[in-house]
Design a protein around this ligand. Structure first.
Ligand code: SF4
Length: 229
């Protein structure tokens, strides 16, 4: 499916969708946002990486920061933290592209910056994969590998952009578009992840799960009062 311009959603939201679909809807449909330590630290890390005017160059590599990316296949647009362009000795059909004001042929490699440590799930990897899919469409190349850089470990981790990761990324973007079309926020699915969520207060997952009909509440209250009397 090819999305039209008015249907485009924020690419970075795919990490929220991978974490919890209710979180995605609260942020992207209801515009609810809360900053906790994690999001503030994440933003600080991004402020350093996401600088569109800073452009490092070396002989065999060019680093572009804050590069706008768009994918019509996914219906997502956003900004890639860092895209490294590695110089190739020759043109490799479908793998290298030209660069403005640069001679030769270049392999693009996306690098996404994250706070903390590598996570037990693939929410960072799907965001990186969505960036890679967008770059592939824009530059007419295929990108087999990207990197995640973690602020706490100061290490970068290679991520193979294989078929299963691409399929998961496609599925998540479809779910984002479906929820956006329906305009409905899904119910809370309480889990361990709620303790790491920046929206626990706004989401109230425990209250929602314990919620019973008002009739039951009134009945209970009357019973309690009756017992006390
Ligand atoms: S508190 Fe839990 S259910 Fe609610 S948005 Fe966060 S992760 Fe999702």
């Amino acid at each position: 499916m090819i999305y039209s311009n008015e249907d485009f959603l924020l690419l970075s939201g795919i990490q929220h969708m991978a974490f919890c679909e209710r979180q995605w809807a609260l942020i992207h449909l209801e515009q609810v946002w809360a900053e906790n330590v994690r999001t503030i630290e994440g933003k600080h890390l991004h402020n350093r990486a996401d600088d569109p005017f800073k452009d490092e160059s070396r002989k065999t590599m060019r680093v572009v920061r804050g590069m706008p990316v768009v994918s019509q296949k996914l219906g997502l647009r956003g900004v890639a933290d860092v895209v490294e362009f590695h110089k190739s000795k020759e043109n490799v059909e479908g793998e290298t592209s030209r660069l403005e004001n640069r001679e030769g042929w270049w392999h693009p490699v996306p690098v996404e910056y994250k706070r903390g440590r590598p996570k037990p799930d693939d929410r960072d990897a799907v965001q990186l994969c969505a960036q890679a899919i967008a770059l592939e469409e824009m530059l007419q190349v295929s990108i087999p590998l990207g990197f995640l850089f973690y602020g706490q470990t100061k290490h970068r981790q290679a991520v193979a952009l294989d078929i299963s990761l691409r399929q998961h990324t496609m599925e998540l973007s479809k779910s984002m578009h479906q929820l956006a079309r329906e305009g409905k926020t899904p119910k809370a699915q309480k889990g361990k992840h709620c303790s790491l969520c920046s929206l626990t207060e706004q989401c109230q997952p425990y209250w929602m799960l314990r919620h019973r009909p008002v009739g039951n509440y009134l009945e209970r209250m009357c019973r309690v009062e009756g017992e006390e009397l």
